[in-house]
Design a protein around this ligand. Structure first.
Ligand SMILES: [Ca+2]
Length: 381
């Protein structure tokens, strides 16, 4: 990969001056791309999404919802955002638009909410009115307690159901693994959840009517999923999740399925001790793909555009610690090949496709780089 870099100076907040560098272009196996910095100055970006007019909404983990309007970061934050538990991995996390946003204006936020001396993963909904969120209400509150591992990705499918990930809240994975909270349907640790757009529970969810089970649960046995994407071409829901030391996973999400955490996996305890007795088990769904060592998977995109035709249908998975993007070529439900692109320019927290068909990377700034960059073929402008 050929990289040409130049230094950018950016003002982080009003007090600190921080240097970061992004390449001006990247050459990959199939296509050469230009890199354009869309905006700097976002602090601890977690999620972002495009409005129909091409403007961008972006979350900052400390609790601010920002707007990039006509290519410029608006100085003031959007008002009406709920109070968040901004500590550690907690704070304001993902943002998603209702599929009919143009008619109803609904914006969905996931966040860590202070609750009962602890914190939990919550989904709020409000309507965007200029630079304000109005009629904001919590529509879904997870039953979870712990330190980090909030999960929190939000994805709508083609029928308008909203899927929400919740992590295992760092519950101790050693000990009685079969009865770990991520294996227990009476709480939301380590789950994907499926709700209607108003927070109500679909009657055909897999555990509705099961004694003691949380009815929003769609799948369980996940560790901490911070990347999820719906494949509109195939109707399949995919996620990636953090492993412990090693064992980050790509999973095809199936209704009612158990993905095995912490009973099985491909990683080990931090420090290298054995964590699992086995990598696979009866009734536990094996990942489609896994990473050893971990790249610390984050946002995920299934590319549907035609601006980069070489990449149409590919999966893109961001890496935090890996400071990279994994490009996966798929054949149905199998990974055919993997290429690492955009390596070493900061932690990739989220990946989205723009209305222009370009790919946009959100860098969280916790290492080198902060803000949003656009990558597109050299000839696209
Ligand atoms: Ca697993």
């Amino acid at each position: 990969m050929l990289l040409r870099t130049f230094a950018l100076l950016l003002v982080a907040g009003s007090t600190a001056l921080m240097a970061c560098s992004q390449p001006t272009s990247i050459d990959t196996d199939l296509v050469d791309l230009d890199v354009e910095v869309v905006t700097e100055g976002l602090e601890s970006l977690w999620g972002f999404t495009f409005l129909p007019n091409g403007d961008i909404l972006a979350t900052e983990r400390d609790g601010r919802l920002r707007m990039v309007k006509d290519g410029e970061l608006v100085a003031e934050s959007i008002s009406g955002v709920p109070e968040v538990h901004a500590r550690g991995q907690g704070g304001l996390l993902d943002v998603a638009l209702h599929p009919e946003f143009e008619s109803n204006g609904f914006v969905y936020l996931s966040y860590a909410k202070p609750l009962d001396g602890n914190s939990t993963t919550v989904v709020a909904r409000g309507r965007l009115d200029g630079m304000a969120l109005v009629d904001v209400e919590d529509i879904w509150v997870a039953d979870s307690r712990g330190r980090g591992h909030y999960g929190s990705r939000l994805v709508f499918d083609d029928e308008g159901y909203l899927f929400i990930t919740v992590g295992d809240r760092q519950d101790n994975p050693n000990g009685d693994q079969a009865n770990h909270s991520a294996q227990d349907l009476s709480n939301h640790h380590g789950t994907v959840n499926r709700i209607h757009d108003d927070g109500s529970i679909p009657s055909d969810n897999p555990f509705v009517g099961q004694d003691g089970a949380e009815p929003s649960i769609w799948s369980y046995g996940h560790r901490n999923s911070q990347g999820m994407a719906y494949d509109f071409a195939s109707g399949r829901l995919w996620l990636n999740e953090h492993g412990p030391q090693g064992g980050d996973e790509l999973n095809l999400v199936e209704q009612g399925a158990n993905y095995g955490w912490p009973v099985v996996g491909y990683g080990v305890n931090y420090g290298g001790d054995n964590l699992h007795d086995a990598t696979q088990g009866d009734g536990l769904v094996d990942p489609v793909h896994y990473w050893v060592p971990s790249i610390a998977t984050s946002g995920m995109l299934i590319y549907t555009g035609t601006l980069i035709p070489e990449w149409t249908g590919n999966f893109f998975v961001g890496g935090l610690r890996g400071q990279q993007v994994a490009r996966l070529t798929m054949d149905g439900e199998s990974v055919v090949s993997e290429e690492t692109i955009y390596q070493g320019h900061g932690r990739i927290r989220d990946i989205r496709q723009g209305p222009d068909g370009a790919i946009y990377l959100g860098l969280d700034g916790d290492a080198d780089g902060a803000g949003i960059v656009r990558i597109a073929p050299t000839t696209s402008r």
